[in-house]
Design a protein around this ligand. Structure first.
Ligand SMILES: Cc1cc2nc3c(=O)[nH]c(=O)nc-3n(C[C@H](O)[C@H](O)[C@H](O)COP(=O)(O)OP(=O)(O)OC[C@H]3O[C@@H](n4cnc5c(N)ncnc54)[C@H](O)[C@@H]3O)c2cc1C
Length: 463
């Protein structure tokens, strides 16, 4: 935006919302120019921190009238640049809309504002004996609004599903400022088009979410985690299939291949168990009684193709936390090793994980690239992080499109798709046509135009 335009639009915001919520200072805007995507930034011209649905509506009305781009933002933990204002304009932060309005025990529903941190909802629900299961690894810092906008998943997807399985109602604001309500504290709803389903995963391109109704479930009384080392990734994934075929449904089954284990071992040293293993499986079993959890553990130990004596079982909360530390430290270790890296989160049928990853690892080695692979073995969503290391920056940028295309091509050939939970954002939009037909993309564009005819909401994302 030009300086006189910034002045004019900020004056309109100040008049409508009050000066406190509107910022144009460069040092404050700087924080809103990035999310957690490696090597990506875009500077906003104005920041609006909404404190109510009215603030959101007024902000959007002004932007719509004056054709100013608006990028909604939760906590900025996204990894595909969704909250980065790549076209400048306004960042509309929802971080101060952070009330847990109600935990309704009778109906087992939480009513929350979008800026609430996901783990705060989990903790409040747990204090009432209830559980909000979706658990992105970023749950201590991401917002629930961001989770809905990205349709976030997490390790517990195997047993409990993802964000979309828990949203029973939404309040959202259209780009022209109109406030729409859909659903509520109800578990069934076949009243017209599923507007909630359209907003879920729309990455802030259709509407700004201002209130969320979330289904809660009874919290399991017993949880145990086990770590199993394997000689190879194939053995680990074969075991996952055997466990699922035995009709055991663990809460989570996570895997790490040897380069991921070694990298974390290098950065968090002695805390890593079995640093020389070819792969780790980290399995969480939960249930309502010791007996049911014990039965599942026993069945798992029967099918495991690894040395049973090496299995580590963690029962106490602190031991379980230690067991998960390796898995949760991967991103930190990658950033320490190579601050610039490519993070992909493709999804393939579970049984295809070894063929996909081993083939890809060999391909990347031929290109002289180091990779780290890990993820959700129980649902086929695999994270492939490729390190720039000391490669020349221009050479790296030139190489990325070919690498990405190769990863997506291989995933799609195996019956998968290009992203399981991180979304398209601005990183994958050039590859959307590999996964969705042109007719599908045209239909999506018509949906976008129906919600946002002036194309002001989060431009430069998805399409
Ligand atoms: C260490 C780490 C681990 C992660 N692990 C996982 C994981 O296990 N699973 C997973 O799915 N993701 C994971 N992520 C990615 C990220 O945390 C999720 O995408 C999360 O849902 C983003 O929430 P946020 O509040 O930070 O959103 P932001 O980054 O602020 O925004 C993300 C997108 O949502 C839009 N948006 C935000 N709030 C609203 C709103 N109220 N209305 C409309 N649009 C909105 C933004 O415009 C943007 O397009 C991880 C990220 C990191 C850094």
């Amino acid at each position: 935006m030009k300086p006189d335009e910034i002045k004019k639009i900020s004056a309109l915001f100040i008049q409508a919302l009050g000066a406190r919520k509107v910022k144009t200072d460069r040092d404050i805007l700087d924080k809103y120019s990035r999310d957690e995507t490696s090597d990506l930034a875009g500077f906003p011209d104005i920041l609006v921190r909404a404190e109510s649905v009215k603030d959101v509506s007024e902000t959007l009305k002004i932007c719509n009238k004056h054709n100013v781009p608006v990028t909604p933002r939760g906590s900025g933990t996204g990894v595909t640049g969704g909250a980065v204002p790549v076209n400048g304009g306004v960042v509309l932060s929802l971080e101060l809309l952070d009330r847990i309005i109600e935990i309704d025990k009778k109906n087992m529903v939480a009513v929350v504002e979008p800026g609430v941190i996901t783990s705060d909802i989990q903790n409040r629900a747990l204090s009432e004996g209830l559980m909000y299961p979706p658990d992105p690894a970023s749950l201590d810092s991401c917002s629930i609004g961001g989770n809905v906008a990205e349709n976030a998943g997490g390790p517990k997807a195997v047993k409990y599903g993802i964000t979309m399985d828990y949203v029973t109602g939404l309040e959202f604001v259209l780009p022209d400022g109109e406030v729409i309500k859909s659903g509520g504290k109800i578990l069934k709803n076949s009243t017209g088009y599923n507007l909630i389903g359209i907003i879920l995963g729309s990455e802030g391109t259709l509407a700004v979410i201002t209130k969320i109704y979330l289904k809660l479930v009874p919290a399991p009384k017993v949880t145990k985690d086990i770590l199993i080392p394997f000689d190879s990734l194939e053995e680990a994934i074969d075991t996952v299939c055997l466990i699922l075929n035995k009709k055991i449904v663990p809460a989570a089954i996570e895997f790490m291949e040897e380069d991921a284990i070694k990298l974390v071992a290098k950065h968090i040293n002695s805390k890593v168990q079995y640093p020389g293993a070819g792969a780790h499986l980290l399995i969480q079993i939960d249930g309502m009684s010791e007996n049911s959890v014990f039965d599942d553990l026993e069945m798992i130990s029967e099918v495991i193709k690894a040395d049973n004596e090496k299995i580590i079982i963690a029962e106490s909360a602190s031991h379980r936390k230690r067991l998960w530390e390796t898995r949760k430290s991967i991103r930190e270790s990658i950033c320490a090793e190579s601050p610039v890296f490519l993070a992909e989160d493709t999804v393939v049928p579970i049984s295809e994980i070894p063929e996909f990853l081993i083939g890809l690892k060999n391909y990347l080695k031929l290109k002289k690239l180091r990779s780290v692979m890990f993820g959700h073995a129980g649902d086929g969503n695999v994270h492939i992080d490729i390190l720039k290391d000391d490669m020349n920056y221009d050479e790296w940028k030139k190489m990325l499109p070919e690498i990405k295309r190769e990863i997506y091509k291989r995933a799609i050939l195996l019956g998968g798709t290009i992203t399981g939970e991180h979304g398209i954002g601005c990183l994958r939009k050039d590859y959307l046509n590999m996964a969705i037909s042109m007719d599908g993309i045209e239909l999506s564009k018509r949906i976008k135009a129906a919600f946002d005819p002036k194309m002001i909401l989060n431009p430069g994302k998805i399409f």
